[in-house]
Design a protein around this ligand. Structure first.
Ligand code: UDP
Length: 463
């Protein structure tokens, strides 16, 4: 009788999902955004998280959080070798994660746990979920097209080209040649990541791929219109339900899962600048440069004559705390034309009317956030999927300029002027505005992301 008085929404509240992000900024953000989306659809949320890069739980009073001991800091793991970090996480977390999940499953009273949603990179969670008979859905936090390039690497690996034979084979082809198995990108765009032990990278990739195939579904922070070619290929190779429901951050106001404090002076400074006049510069939470590169960037920005808002994250310049390598009087010389912060409220910056371009490392979140605000890009990919994303931005969607040569102040100055001041930049802006319109349509009732989210919710409730 009790149930008859409940609305469908109240009945839905009785299902809970358990989420487990990879503890890196570019992975925490979309996972917590997804949690907010699912909560908005009536599901209860528990987030299991590591102590390493633990999220700021006070920003999410509507979620439950459980932390697990990961032992990562104790062994000196850091984001300077992401592959080593992630490989270790996939070993260290198995027991504490299983214990935590088993406890949550045994504690359930009124609500029933529908499924687990974990980052694709945390491949160990599939075996844990299987052992506890809980369905696992995967969130992949990059673009579908760059994921297919990773899948192509694993094909090359299966054929014996990697790690050693592959480098010879591929360099024989020439760096401008199309990548075998994935001709949309060139050999030089192959999404490699530097690590102490190259074989670990391929092992990680293979485990990620096989455990995605073993999962109950795959969620994407991307949208159908952007990935028209990639989606059919993905559906052919991965025969599990696929849900492109992005862009996540557009479902609600700016999110607050930042590990660093966002400097709000970015916005008050932007308020004083002319429309579309400012270049926003940020290379995300992991990429680093050396001192010489940093100085080329600084002089390229200064010599361009364009106003700029520059995120210099502590640790961005290897071997330095923060701005020490800048010449004395650098900022004073620019006389208010520049503003430097340690970390910015990026989504607000990109949405600000004064922002005219984004010099980015092409992390997927940054790229998607730029697309969602119609801001053309200068692409400075550093590693992994960023190389493929930069190729798509510059040559397939044609909404950015790829800085391919080594960092040099003259090249930088020219690129900035082309994007902010010249007709070419305006053409890129027109094209990216069309993509912005497409993402807006996809999120409205009846749009592709909207429908895909409805299917995801029904799917979760069917468990
Ligand atoms: N970000 C931010 N403030 C900054 C720079 C970045 O809030 O000053 C956010 C940005 O909005 C994005 C995330 O950090 O959501 C970076 O993710 P991305 O995938 O672009 O790059 P990663 O940090 O993983 O290399």
């Amino acid at each position: 009788m009790e149930n008859q008085r409940e609305s469908p929404l109240q009945q839905r509240k009785k299902r809970r999902v358990i989420l487990f992000p990879l503890p890196l900024q570019g992975h925490i953000n979309p996972m917590l955004q997804l949690a907010n989306i699912l909560y908005g659809k009536g599901l209860s949320i528990t987030v299991i998280h590591t102590n390493f890069n633990s999220p700021n739980t006070s920003n999410y009073p509507h979620f439950d959080f459980c932390s697990i001991p990961d032992g990562l800091l104790e062994v000196g793991a850091s984001t300077s070798d992401v592959i080593a970090l992630v490989t270790l996480l996939n070993v260290n977390c198995v027991v504490p994660f299983r214990d935590c999940l088993a406890k949550l499953l045994s504690n359930v009273e009124e609500e029933s746990i529908a499924c687990l949603i974990t980052d694709a990179v945390c491949h160990f969670t599939q075996a844990v979920a299987d052992s506890l008979k809980l369905p696992r859905i995967v969130l992949r936090t990059s673009s579908i097209s760059s994921f297919l390039a990773f899948a192509a690497i694993s094909l090359l690996h299966e054929k014996g080209f990697f790690p050693i034979k592959g480098f010879h084979f591929l360099s024989d082809l020439g760096s401008e040649a199309p990548m075998p198995e994935f001709p949309s990108v060139r050999v030089k765009d192959i999404p490699l990541i530097e690590t102490r032990d190259a074989e670990k990278f391929y092992q990680l990739l293979m485990s990620m791929m096989s455990q995605i195939k073993a999962s109950s579904g795959l969620i994407w922070n991307s949208f159908q219109d952007l990935e028209q070619d990639a989606l059919p290929a993905l559906e052919r190779d991965f025969r599990i339900p696929i849900f492109p429901i992005g862009a996540f951050h557009k479902y609600f106001p700016a999110s607050s899962s930042s590990l660093l404090t966002q400097d709000k002076s970015s916005i008050s400074w932007l308020d004083k600048q002319a429309p579309k006049s400012v270049l926003y510069v940020s290379f995300g939470s992991i990429a680093a440069v050396n001192e010489a590169e940093f100085l080329e960037i600084a002089w390229g920005l200064a010599n361009s004559g364009v106003p700029f808002l520059w995120v210099v994250r502590p640790g961005l310049v290897r071997g330095f705390e923060w701005l020490e390598p800048l010449p004395k009087g650098f900022l004073e010389m620019l006389d208010g034309r520049a503003h430097i912060v340690k970390w910015a409220p990026q989504q607000e910056v990109l949405a600000h009317p004064a922002t005219g371009g984004f010099w980015t490392h092409n992390g997927w979140n940054s790229t998607l956030e730029s697309i969602c605000e119609g801001v053309p890009m200068i692409c400075q990919p550093c590693f992994g999927d960023q190389l493929v994303i930069a190729r798509y931005v510059s040559h397939i969607w044609r909404v950015g300029l790829h800085l391919e040569k080594r960092l040099e102040r003259g090249e930088i100055e020219t690129a900035i002027r082309r994007v902010i001041l010249e007709a070419e930049g305006q053409e890129m802006r027109d094209r990216i505005m069309q993509l912005k319109e497409k993402v807006d349509v996809s999120l409205r009732q009846g749009g592709s992301s909207y429908q895909s989210l409805e299917s995801l919710i029904s799917y979760i409730e069917s468990f």
